[in-house]
Design a protein around this ligand. Structure first.
Ligand code: 48F
Length: 263
């Protein structure tokens, strides 16, 4: 028997298992849990980690990046406004000026650059992990209930594990899945005109872009939303393949959480 081969195999498997469980164990209690690694969640993760907070991002898909990769209708270019292009430049992502007010960005460079930037700032990203529920302690949203997404997809009857957080950001995009849990399962009233989720309205790019940032806020003690999730809760319009609002919403929610956690 070739002992060297079997030793190498043991070493490689051991390296992966030990390093992964070290990462998981170090993140059982975090300052900020972010659900969804779309553009808003990744910018928030970057800014929060850079501010010295312990940040874990949960992404149900294998590849983080959310709706960035596909550009518009799979044409892999996206657009951002001049001021949002500056955020991308901070991540080292290149943009091309278009028509005075806008820049175009290669969507693959944008997705990969945002992921790399968030990770390098110190945020830990758990991909293929679905947040299936929230934790409530004495009227405060206090963490996430997680499981492997393939387990959820196959509807296996497997209990999840739990991570506690001081702040939980719903960055799940259009469905605002986490706020939905808070409203429909925990029965909380969120900071919206009705106390519930108003639901996204149809396409109106200019208004959707403006309101995405205005709608980015703390919704309930311990619970925040960014990007399309924020817009969905407040009944904002959708905007399609322009991403400035998403980037600025991620930055805005990071500022709000930093201020709240410093209180
Ligand atoms: O939708 P998404 O990209 O979020 P966003 O930051 O950006 C929206 C834009 O991409 C686009 C748009 C731009 O103008 O309208 O839609 O608001 O990314 C959300 C991510 O959350 C993941 C999902 O797979 C996606 O990558 N996600 C959703 N639910 C869960 C989740 C969940 N329960 N657990 C973990 N990840």
């Amino acid at each position: 028997m070739d002992t060297k081969t079997s030793v190498m195999e043991e070493t490689i498997s051991g390296a992966i298992i030990r390093r992964f469980f070290e990462k998981l164990e170090n993140n059982l209690a975090v300052d900020v849990a972010i659900v969804g690694a779309g553009p808003s969640g990744l910018v928030a993760a970057h800014d929060l980690a850079k501010a010295g907070l312990k940040v874990a991002v949960y992404e149900s898909k294998l590849a983080p990046g959310g709706g960035t990769w596909g550009g518009g209708m799979l044409f892999n270019e996206v657009t951002v406004q001049n001021d949002a292009a500056e955020i991308l430049h901070e991540f080292g992502i290149s943009t091309r000026q278009y028509d005075g007010q806008y820049h175009t960005v290669d969507s693959v460079e944008m997705a990969s650059g945002l992921i790399f930037g968030a990770r390098k700032a110190g945020a830990v990203i758990f991909n293929t992990v679905k947040v299936e529920d929230i934790v409530m302690h004495d009227g405060v949203v206090s963490g996430v209930v997680i499981n492997w997404n393939p387990v959820a997809r196959l509807e296996m009857h497997v209990d999840p594990i739990v991570v506690t957080s001081r702040a939980l950001i719903d960055g799940t995009g259009h469905p605002s899945e986490i706020v939905n849990k808070a409203v429909h399962k925990a029965g909380v009233k969120i900071d919206s005109p009705t106390g519930g989720i108003l639901g996204e309205r149809p396409m109106w790019m200019a208004d959707g872009e403006r309101t995405t940032v205005a709608n980015t806020k703390r919704l309930y003690p311990g619970l925040y939303a960014s990007g399309m999730a924020a817009n969905n809760t407040q009944g904002g319009f959708r905007m399609g393949p322009i991403f400035g609002g998403m980037l600025k919403s991620g930055r805005r929610i990071a500022q709000i959480v930093i201020e709240d956690l410093a209180k």
